[in-house]
Design a protein around this ligand. Structure first.
Ligand code: G6P
Length: 612
């Protein structure tokens, strides 16, 4: 979602801020803006791409200066207009502010500020915060920018990451955070603040994340951190675990393509050091301390959104099937508001690539308050969810930049498989059985590599159907969530209407949609429900649908049923989603490219949804 970059140092801020904004483009946005202090305050904002903003500021000599803030906005309060884009200003002191998150009590604050004579020019909650800081700003009486920000933040409820400048303090940058990530990068004689490490790493690898309710005042010489109540805090500057190569395209055309092809490597890294086939054990350092509680757990609830929900659904199957523990999976957004029952022995697992999804974070907070053991299956190290969990397992999939999640999905399923085996082995599973599943799991990256070799034929088959506007994705058992994920991938980036569902459910309504030539993608790998899936395929064929099947190598029978077949290597049913999803990811990718869409920046979508 929204992105923040800010700079104070010895270099020109403008090119640095623009480069930072471009690195944040992947998060999804609809407008961009920048403020630079150069004598006075210079602000430019533009709807659309960062390149539109670039055209404005590059032509304007006002934007030469070494202190600046910049933003990409994803509209929440107020439409996509220049007036609503950040930075927002106060009306008196030359203060400008960029903001991620939502100020929940903005309406009451706006009424108060309007009564005090302030005139608003946008519909945003952010302008209210800028105006409030301006209202409190009074350097003659000790209310300098830092103090005014602290005081304003004591009045607001909601979530924020902000960066603030003031033309009357040309050597000061103030930033703060509550509930929305913000990192302070500490270079040599310069500071880069950003909502995402990818905008910092090209300049410095030393950084610290701001904690909730903390305010950081940066001057040209140093930084100081305090709470909003002005209590000093000492942050720990750490090495960023990210290098430039990971966030650049390499030889690929799109990040999504790169990330699909990175899956074998990501999974090997995810599993490295965690599996011991000879002993039949899974070693998960993060969970070790909680092993007794996990063994005794009576129920596991998995909460997530989007793609992470689909991997969590597979986790539900895995936990029941392998660890024999009752498990259920739910949209975090629904779980949170339905007054969930958390009894003794309940474990709640938040699954999230970013670790920032507002609904997932809120669901886990709620579950923890009700006494659940709170676990996280997260990719981004140090993000908000792992900061509140009791324990967890990181994916180690590396940064995922493409908005449509791919390698995080397979890594989430791999981690949930390992968590299930970790519990299973301590409950009912023999070392032998666990060892043999581990050996199979270790082969999954090689098997994905073989599926990736099908890239050209997948593209050719996708081309045949790419003009069709309605698709179905069908699967059973472990591959019902795979079908949901296949449909989601296609929707997200190619804007084709696609529905995923359990193959048996089709008869209860969706079958009415099938007309001549409608593509229906079946996950029809060898497994316990193979024959049933064949019957469902016949139901589609007999109504004129075109069946594209993902089948197991060596299955000749499938050609009697499906018009097009992608063969994947044989893999035990419980591990099959990690392999079966790959052709579906590639189909979605090719469909989007063939339709001429911007694969990595699909319309209306954000990589990480930090508002409810
Ligand atoms: C957004 C993204 C999806 C993602 C979902 C959950 O909607 O566009 O790709 O699956 O958020 O994100 P998370 O970071 O929690 O996995």
């Amino acid at each position: 979602m929204c992105g923040i970059v800010a700079y104070l140092g010895h270099r020109q801020a403008r090119p640095l801020l623009l480069e930072g904004l471009k690195r944040l483009e992947y998060r999804g946005y609809d407008s961009a803006g920048m403020a630079v202090i150069n004598g006075g305050l210079h602000v430019a904002r533009a709807v659309g791409r960062v390149s539109n903003l670039e055209a404005l500021v590059t032509a304007d000599p006002g934007f030469t200066g070494t202190l600046g803030i910049a933003h990409t906005r994803w509209a929440t309060h107020g439409g996509v207009t220049e007036a609503n884009a950040h930075p927002h200003r106060d009306d008196t002191n030359g203060i400008a502010l960029v903001h991620n998150g939502i100020i929940e009590n903005y309406s009451a604050l706006r009424t108060y500020l309007t009564e005090r004579g302030h005139v608003f020019t946008s519909e945003t909650d952010t302008e209210v915060l800028a105006m409030l800081i301006g209202e409190l700003y009074d350097p003659a009486h000790g209310m300098d920018l830092e103090k005014a920000v602290q005081a304003a933040l004591r009045e607001v409820t909601g979530a924020y990451a902000i960066a603030v400048v003031c033309e009357r303090e040309p050597d000061t940058l103030v930033c703060a955070r509550k509930g929305s990530p913000l990192l302070v990068g500490v270079g040599s004689g310069e500071f880069v603040v950003a909502s995402d490490a990818s905008a910092i790493v090209a300049h410095t690898t030393q950084a610290f994340p701001l904690d909730d309710y903390n305010v950081c005042k940066i001057t040209r010489e140093k930084f100081t951190t305090s709470t909003i109540h002005n209590v000093p805090v000492t942050p720990r500057v750490e090495q960023l675990e990210l290098d430039l190569e990971q966030i650049e395209l390499g030889g690929y055309s799109h990040f999504m393509q790169k990330e699909i092809f990175e899956q074998p490597r990501a999974l090997r890294t995810c599993m490295r050091g965690r599996l011991d086939a000879a002993e039949g054990t899974v070693v998960l350092g993060g969970l070790r301390q909680f092993a007794p509680q996990l063994v005794r757990s009576r129920r596991v609830i998995l909460a997530a959104q989007g793609t992470a929900l689909h991997s969590a659904m597979i986790g539900e199957y895995l936990l029941e099937d392998l660890a024999k523990v009752p498990a259920e999976c739910e949209y975090a957004s629904e779980f949170r508001y339905r007054n969930p029952i958390i009894e003794e022995g309940t474990v709640v697992v938040a699954v999230s690539q970013s670790g920032e999804t507002a609904d997932t974070l809120a669901a886990l907070t709620e579950a923890k308050e009700r006494g659940a053991l709170a676990l996280g299956v997260i990719n981004v190290v140090g993000s908000s969810i792992p900061r509140i969990t009791d324990a967890g397992v990181y994916l180690r999939a590396g940064p995922e930049i493409g908005v449509a999640s791919t390698k995080a999905f397979t890594a989430q399923v791999a981690v949930l498989t390992m968590v299930s085996l970790f519990m299973a082995r301590r409950r009912f599973m023999s070392a032998e059985q666990c060892g043999s599943l581990i050996r199979e799991l270790e082969q999954v990256p090689d098997k994905i590599e073989r599926v990736l070799e099908l890239n050209d034929s997948i593209r050719a088959i996708t081309e045949k159907y790419v003009e069709r506007e309605n698709w179905l994705f069908l699967g059973r058992g472990y591959n019902y969530p795979t079908a949901l994920e296949g449909a989601l991938k296609l929707k997200e980036i190619s804007y084709i209407h696609a529905e995923g569902m359990p193959a048996a459910e089709m008869k209860h309504g969706p079958i009415a949609l099938i007309d001549d030539g409608m593509p229906a993608v079946f996950i029809a790998t060898r497994g316990s429900q193979y024959e049933k899936v064949m019957s469902n395929i016949s139901e589609v064929r007999s109504r004129g649908g075109h069946v594209i099947a993902v089948a197991t190598e060596g299955d000749q029978e499938i050609h009697h049923h499906a018009q097009d077949v992608f063969y994947i290597p044989d893999v035990p049913e419980c591990l099959s989603p990690m392999v079966a999803v790959v052709p579906l990811q590639l189909m979605a990718y090719h469909a989007a490219v063939l339709r001429g869409h911007d694969v990595d920046k699909p319309r209306n979508l954000a990589k990480s949804v930090t508002v409810e």
